[in-house]
Design a protein around this ligand. Structure first.
Ligand SMILES: Nc1ncnc2c1ncn2[C@@H]1O[C@H](COP(=O)(O)OP(=O)(O)OP(=O)(O)O)[C@@H](O)[C@H]1O
Length: 574
């Protein structure tokens, strides 16, 4: 949803706020007129009661209207920023994986958090300020014309020149602000990057280098920020100089006309007061135009992110499933860079039985992870058909695919929060019995019992607080709570001792008893335990069968196994 549509939803509140501001300006505008009346009453020896009562009433109305205006505008602003953030979050969560993976995540963060704030100021405070300032200035000029139009012409001449300069400056502000938004975002990306790889930075002794690199980005943002301030700072003085020149000219010529009797002193007093009243709204007008221009740069960035390609539209209803293979690939081809690039999978066909463990093995870059990504429908194949439980994934809503398939990733599978939060992430309604069963199946009961707060123990970023093997078993338990028909398991490559390895294998084989488990197998023990093995090489299915069949028939498989037995990680053999 574009920023414009979100603003449209809150236009009512914004309009009420602006109207209150305009009424407040009208109340301010009437004040010099009443003060003129007061002067006339004093010089004419008339009663001062009504002029004083009217002035006090106007002061109070002005204060009340200004406060309500500020509240309404602030409220509309918060509603708009909420709308933008909610829309962006939803667009990101439903974005097409290929499009999302091309984005700089630090920049995405800056757009969602900072640019929305900057856009809010521009869309509410600046717009309201521009409206009330234009009204006040126009109203002031109208009253001044009524008081004495020759003096008004003089004023407009002086102020017009200053306004033209200010408008030129406001355009410069926009240009400088666009650059500053980009520089701030680059700095945000740098911070995000080092936070995500702090241990690598430390292990590589790159602290000083990174301090300098991220510091340089911060300095670039500082410089462009100073440029914005420098140009914006010239806006108010430009208008002030214009008003001061007008004031000197008006007072000089006005006094001369009072002396000749062409202009009453009360009118000149009121005229000069209006001129003073115009200074602040005029300065605010150009300041707000400058601020609005800064916000437009942020709005463009919000709109750009909101336009991120979304996952394909959902099929209206679940496709019927039937007994048979849990997953089948029929002549599937797919390239991460589209049809022109090198295909990651080329004419791939294989089947995964309804129950049991299927291992996918192959050298690094063979296309194992891509196979999982296609089953989860993170990407769409360019050719061929993928079926899950007999249904063509093209006809299935994404929700149906992702509830039938559970995905246990090798890395980054856990989130900050308690162990229970992590367990129930895919099925928040799971009760304690189901949680305990999943914990038992994943062989985690002892681990959880040994923790100080059991299931309520809090984990750090990406599951910090548990070992690699425990993290993966927790991810398996989470998938089991989702009760999928197919479990995709990207087996952890980190070294596990033989006990932990045996635990993990027991877990995998026991869950494969009543569902299909497809494992990207890095360990020989998993490959040997598999009921069915698919060998991938350079994006093609090279062979498939049982361990014994493949040992007899496939030279690559034999080499992979031999190298694994001599302790070389399976995927490194090519
Ligand atoms: N996001 C991506 N953009 C472009 N190319 C990609 C992307 N992801 C993977 N590839 C390419 O697709 C091919 C298959 O990659 P994939 O990750 O599926 O291999 P893999 O067998 O899982 O490798 P590994 O065992 O090393 O993880 C590789 O040539 C890889 O360079």
């Amino acid at each position: 949803m574009a920023v414009r549509e979100i603003v449209r939803q809150h236009l009512g509140l914004l309009a009420v706020g602006i109207c209150l501001g305009l009424l407040g300006s009208a109340a301010s505008l009437a004040q010099p007129l009443l003060i003129g009346e007061l002067i006339t009453a004093v010089s004419g020896h008339r009663s001062l009661v009504w002029p004083l009562v009217a002035i006090m009433a106007l002061f109070c109305a002005d204060a009340g209207l200004s406060a309500s205006h500020a509240y309404m505008i602030g409220r509309a602003g918060e509603n708009i920023v909420f709308g933008m953030r909610a829309a962006l979050t939803s667009r990101i969560l439903r974005s097409d994986m290929a499009s999302f993976s091309r984005l700089d995540h630090g920049d995405v963060f800056t757009r969602v958090v900072t640019d929305t704030s900057v856009a809010r100021i521009s869309l509410t405070q600046s717009v309201a300020q521009i409206a009330t300032s234009v009204f006040t200035v126009a109203g002031g000029l109208a009253v001044m014309a009524w008081l004495d139009w020759p003096l008004l012409l003089l004023t407009v001449g002086c102020l017009g020149a200053a306004s033209a300069v200010s408008l030129l400056l406001a355009r410069q502000v926009r240009r400088a602000a666009v650059q500053n938004r980009a520089d701030t975002s680059a700095f945000g990306s740098g911070v995000q990057r080092i936070m995500g790889a702090l241990s690598t930075v430390k292990a590589s002794r790159a602290e000083q280098r990174e301090t300098e690199a991220v510091g340089a980005a911060a300095d670039t943002a500082r410089r462009s920020g100073i440029r914005v301030s420098a140009v914006a700072a010239m806006l108010t003085p430009a208008i002030n100089v214009g008003t001061q020149i007008s004031l000197a000219a008006v007072v000089g010529w006005g006094v001369a006309r009072v002396a000749t009797g062409a202009l009453p002193i009360a009118d000149l007093t009121a005229f000069v007061m209006y001129l003073f009243y115009l200074v602040a709204p005029l300065a605010l007008l150009f300041l707000s135009i400058g601020q609005f221009q800064q916000g437009r740069a942020a709005m463009d960035r919000v709109d750009e992110l909101a336009a991120i390609e979304q996952e394909e539209p959902q099929a209206p209803r679940p496709a019927p499933t039937r007994p048979g293979p849990a997953v089948s690939f029929e002549c599937v081809s797919f390239g991460h860079r589209g049809e022109e690039g090198e295909p990651a999978l080329d004419d791939v066909s294989f089947e995964v039985p309804e129950r049991g463990l299927t291992a996918i093995v192959g050298p690094s870059g063979a296309g194992k992870t891509t196979t999982f990504q296609l089953i989860e429908r993170f990407y769409r194949p360019q050719e061929g058909t993928i079926r899950i439980c007999g249904a063509d994934t093209r006809d299935m809503p994404l929700d149906q695919i992702r509830s039938l398939v559970g995905y246990v990733e090798q890395h980054n599978a856990l989130l900050r929060g308690t162990i229970r939060d992590n367990l129930t992430y895919a099925n928040p309604a799971a009760d304690d019995t189901a949680v305990a069963r999943a914990v038992g199946l994943a062989d985690l009961a002892e681990v959880v019992a040994a923790l100080p707060d059991g299931l309520h123990t809090r984990l750090g970023e990406r599951g910090a607080g548990l070992s690699g093997g425990q993290q993966q078993r927790l991810a398996i338990a989470r998938t089991l709570l989702q009760d999928p028909r197919v479990v995709l398991l990207d087996e952890a490559t980190a070294h596990l001792d033989s006990d932990a390895e045996a635990h993990l294998l027991d877990t995998i084989t026991s869950i494969a008893e009543d569902r299909a488990v497809v494992a990207i197998a890095h360990r020989m023990s998993t490959v040997m335990a598999a009921d069915h093995i698919v060998v991938l090489d350079s994006g093609r299915v090279r062979a498939s069968g049982t361990h014994a069949e493949l040992m007899a028939a496939d030279v690559l498989y034999r080499r992979l196994v031999t190298q694994q037995l001599s302790q070389v990680p399976l995927e490194a053999a090519s």
